[in-house]
Design a protein around this ligand. Structure first.
Ligand SMILES: [Zn+2]
Length: 243
């Protein structure tokens, strides 16, 4: 590109910028002054510009570069904003998708883990090495989770234990246990005393094929639950809980 062409382009860019700014500040006047242009005239103009651009590829590239350098910060800020917006949208979309298809997502992660187990373990090990506080944070978070979901967790553990011992059914839920304790006013069915902590006692022991279900569970204090294993014990109180 010659010096002359450079000078012309720089002047044109300045003029364009001035017009842009003027138009922005005088939107109402602009409407008034603008000559309506026909479709044909617009097309002709566009065709000329296309033709000119083809003949002056270098000049177009140089102008673009100059424009980019001058507006770099504005351009990058805009890109970043657009990216952030996209990310927020995408996160919301993923959250919604997970909610609607929990099985699909779980299966996907199970498969992914099976395929990439080694790589994932190595990566988390490396992360822990770089930031020892991670392990502590993770411990804190799981502690918080169990504190908030202790009933559910407890229900899962006792169900697993019952199934391992040969229970015929494992439908007892945390919600039922909560309802049961409330229905019995937190009393042990054997000694009828009130306890803050009660254990789930199977009327027909799971080892004898009893079910881990509301129909076969009663609240008992720890001491009565232990004694029962030595001698048969009859509940002094039975209240039906919805299955
Ligand atoms: Zn008791």
């Amino acid at each position: 590109m010659t010096e002359e062409e450079n000078r012309i382009d720089a002047a044109r860019l300045r003029r364009n910028a001035y017009h842009r700014e003027w138009n922005r500040r005088n939107a109402d006047k602009r409407k008034l002054y603008r000559r309506p242009r026909s479709k044909e005239a617009k097309a002709k103009n566009a065709a000329y510009t296309r033709e000119w651009s083809k003949r002056n590829i270098e000049r177009v590239a140089a102008r673009k570069k100059l424009y980019y350098i001058k507006n770099k910060e504005r351009h990058l800020a805009k890109c970043k904003e657009r990216r952030n917006l996209k990310r927020v949208e995408l996160l919301a979309y993923h959250r919604e998708y997970r909610k609607r298809n929990p099985e699909k997502v779980n299966e996907y992660f199970r498969n992914y883990y099976a395929k990439n187990k080694e790589r994932m373990l190595a990566r988390s090990k490396e992360r822990r090495r770089l930031d020892p506080a991670i392990a502590l944070r993770r411990l804190e978070s799981s502690r918080r989770y169990y504190a908030a979901n202790s009933d559910k967790h407890q229900a899962l553990i006792s169900k697993r234990r019952a199934m391992v011992r040969g229970a015929s059914d494992g439908t007892f839920t945390a919600k039922q246990w909560k309802e049961m304790k409330a229905a019995y006013d937190n009393r042990c069915v054997y000694c009828l005393n009130v306890f803050e902590r009660l254990t789930q006692d199977h009327v027909i022991p799971v080892s004898k094929g009893g079910a881990h279900a509301a129909s076969n569970i009663v609240p008992a204090c720890k001491s009565c639950n232990c004694k029962k294993n030595v001698a048969p014990w009859t509940p002094q109180l039975r209240i039906e809980i919805a299955a």
